[in-house]
Design a protein. Structure first.
Length: 732
């Protein structure tokens, strides 16, 4: 019970003393005068027969009779019913009784009862014993009430007060309907529901709602100022203007107005994110966020892998949301979680409204009981299989007092799809930013203010696209779309019309300028891959990593085959760079630059890719200097080593290590600094390249700097490696 409720109900603490007790009439008049009560108790209660000798100080009246006399004195028998109805309406009594005069009289009686008893509690009026005529001490009643005020409430009232106090403590909007006879939809409605009908809120209404106060709605419009009179809270209880929540709302509004050009309207979810970015408690509005997440998940499930993006029927769409929706439309994420841990759940406390339980791991005895009834859970157990398995325990006669629950994690397939989704989403966010800049457009905040930023200083998404711009972006990316809720067909962009297949490296309208590219010494890995597909790298958006393919970012008009091949080749090339890879980069980093001639030779001889003749020519013209600093075995340095007959491929020393040293690793317990030892061996033997002869698993051929070929058996190589290990001359 809060302080206001406690103060309002203090009269209940002295009812037990008032029953059978008396008031002094003179004291009643003095109290009425000091509290401006428009009533003369002397005139109301004096006896006409004793009028000449009447003394109010010696006149006492019973508590039970007093309220009746007041009611009949203020509402006499001849009161007009229409006047009674008018007074009831003025008193905010909305009942429509058959006898409004009687109803008004009862209302006067109840209200004066409360006023008089509250005055006794406060010490402004005294109660007197009927027999001894002495003053009655009500101190004990006051102390008991101060200690346990809820015990003086009727059971239903006390439960309601506790429930309302719990709503405020939990920051939970109170339900509008409860009990049987209401539909499921009605039971879901709360004091916050009507505000969700608005696409945007005024900052004043938003500040009140986040503070737990119901914002006034006048003529269907949300308030544009915070009231200075009492309002109801989201817990359905009245809050006076000095309630702390009013100060909290004013503080939030002050922070909002301190922004540069604060919007006059804000979307609910954007306001919640704005508050979270500034550490403002949004617990009262968590249902708004949960509802948005629920709707988003439903849209995700409908759009997964469909290739169709659903655009909201609103003037703006968050650029982040658009990128995420595109990712969901292109990447199907299977709902495939697998059981990791089994728990037992014991109910600790259960009421009609909530259940409290304890979740803990199964003990050995618990497992023995579960296995005797259900057996072991299925291998790679899904949610459905787990429910079926738990059902055996629930149906058993010797079931325990607890139930089973489990933790799940995404399967490998689901985790891969989620990672792919992230790649696509990030790529489109970058692409949208670049597209906006290239087209001279700008992002728009929810309030209609233009901005160049996708995120604010707190890292929250603020940049939105106009729906027309979002449609144009999807059309350029050849992605189908439809308007949410509209009974319209899916829009297929004109650029997505099927076209004739084109060869991967022939007939491409975006051929590179080979006079330029063939003269370049170093290029990025992305540029090298594009050149290997006879496509000008400038026609492909930069800096989008392995997800620049047409299936994800089909922003240039080369054929699907060309774009798909670029994506596949880039992914393969990246997997071969870095430590232990077969493709050396200039700096040794995974995504660093490559020497174009080195890449061409790797693509041709190692990967056997089809490439344009201009790039093939570089494999014969590449000088040994193109190997880069610190590279000792990347390619054969002589023409004799190139295209050596009877070989599978010309390979680097890393491949030799990976292919030939399984036995050596086993002999040394599987622990040895593999590539460092191999590098030391090749340096010692002045080797520049190595290749594995066909049908030879126990030997390989390596080429010295002077062009001489040497064939070594696996045993010789192992012995040389073992000597290096024993000498502890392993390079850093």
């Amino acid at each position: 019970m809060d302080a206001a409720e406690k103060y309002k109900n203090r009269h209940r603490a002295v009812i037990e003393y008032a029953n059978g007790a008396m008031f002094n009439v003179a004291e009643l008049d003095a109290w009425a005068a000091s509290n401006k009560v428009p009533l003369s108790f002397q005139k109301l209660l004096e006896d006409e027969s004793l009028k000449d000798s009447y003394d109010a100080t010696r006149h006492y009246v019973s508590y039970e009779i007093l309220s009746i006399n007041i009611a009949w004195g203020m509402v006499p028998k001849d009161t007009d019913p229409d006047d009674a109805r008018a007074q009831l309406m003025a008193a905010h009594d909305t009942a429509e009784p058959d006898n409004p005069v009687s109803r008004l009289r009862d209302l006067v009686m109840v209200r004066y009862d409360r006023q008089l008893l509250s005055a006794v509690f406060d010490g402004d009026l005294l109660l007197y014993d009927t027999l001894a005529m002495s003053r009655i001490d009500v101190t004990a009643g006051r102390l008991r009430y101060e200690a346990h005020p809820e015990s003086y409430m009727p059971p239903a009232t006390a439960e309601l007060i506790h429930e309302q106090a719990a709503y405020w403590a939990r920051r939970q909007p109170a339900p509008l309907f409860a009990g049987p006879g209401f539909s499921d939809e009605a039971l879901k409605q709360t004091t916050l529901t009507r505000y969700l009908q608005y696409d945007t809120w005024t900052p004043e209404a938003a500040a009140m709602l986040v503070a737990g106060l119901q914002a006034p709605i006048v003529g269907g419009h949300l308030c544009t100022e915070i009231p200075t009179t009492r309002v109801k809270g989201l817990d359905a209880c009245w809050k006076s203007a000095d309630f702390p929540a009013f100060r909290a709302a004013e503080s939030v509004l002050g922070i909002w107005r301190s922004q540069a050009n604060p919007p006059a309207r804000v979307r609910p979810l954007d306001f919640i994110r704005w508050c979270q970015g500034r550490g403002i408690d949004t617990a009262w509005l968590r249902s708004v966020e949960e509802d948005a997440v629920s709707k988003s998940r439903a849209a995700m499930r409908a759009a997964l892998g469909s290739g169709v993006v659903v655009i909201p029927s609103a003037p703006l769409i968050s650029a982040e949301q658009l990128a995420n929706d595109i990712a969901f439309s292109l990447v199907a994420i299977p709902n495939d979680e697998r059981l990791t841990t089994v728990f037992k759940v014991t109910v600790v406390k259960q009421t009609q409204k909530e259940t409290q339980s304890r979740r803990e791991p199964l003990t050995g005895d618990d497992w023995r009981l579960v296995r005797s009834i259900c057996g072991n859970p299925p291998e790679r157990c899904s949610h459905a299989q787990f429910d079926e398995w738990c059902g055996k325990l629930d149906a058993a006669e010797n079931r325990p007092a607890w139930s089973l629950d489990g933790d799940f994690r995404a399967s490998d397939e689901m985790a891969k799809a989620q990672a792919r989704w992230c790649e696509v989403s990030v790529a489109h966010k970058q692409q949208i930013v670049q597209w906006v800049r290239d087209n001279g457009l700008s992002f728009v905040k929810a309030g209609g203010i233009e901005t160049t930023d996708l995120y604010d200083n707190a890292g929250l998404p603020v940049g939105c696209l106009r729906i027309a711009d979002a449609k144009a972006y999807l059309d350029q990316c050849c992605i189908a779309w439809k308007i949410a809720g509209a009974q319209t067909e899916i829009v297929q962009p004109a650029t997505a019309v099927p076209h004739e297949d084109k060869p991967v490296v022939a007939g491409n309208p975006h051929n590179p300028n080979w006079n330029l590219w063939c003269r370049k010494h170093k290029v990025t890995l992305r540029e090298a891959v594009c050149l290997s597909c006879d496509t000008d790298p400038k026609e492909v958006q930069r800096d989008l990593g392995s997800v620049l393919a047409a299936a994800l970012l089909p922003q240039f008009s080369a054929s699907k085959e060309v774009r798909g091949e670029i994506s596949d080749r880039l992914e393969i090339a990246q997997s071969h760079t870095g430590t232990g890879g077969t493709l050396s980069t200039v700096t040794g980093e995974k995504d660093g630059e490559v020497y174009l001639a080195t890449f061409a030779e790797w693509a041709l001889n190692t990967m056997k890719w089809d490439m344009p003749d201009e790039l093939r020519a570089l494999t014969h013209a590449a000088p040994s200097a193109a190997l880069g600093p610190g590279s000792f075995i990347t390619r054969a340095s002589t023409d004799d080593a190139d295209d050596a007959p009877g070989t599978k491929s010309v390979i680097g020393w890393r491949i030799a290590v990976e292919k030939q040293l399984d036995k050596l690793m086993a002999a040394h317990g599987g622990i040895y600094p593999g590539h460092k030892v191999a590098l030391k061996w090749f340096k010692t033997n002045d080797a520049e390249a190595a290749f594995v002869p066909d049908n030879k698993d126990d030997e390989f051929t390596w080429v010295k700097a002077d062009g001489k070929r040497v064939t070594s058996t696996l045993k010789t190589f192992q012995n040389g490696m073992a000597d290096i290990l024993k000498s502890k001359q392993i390079p850093d």
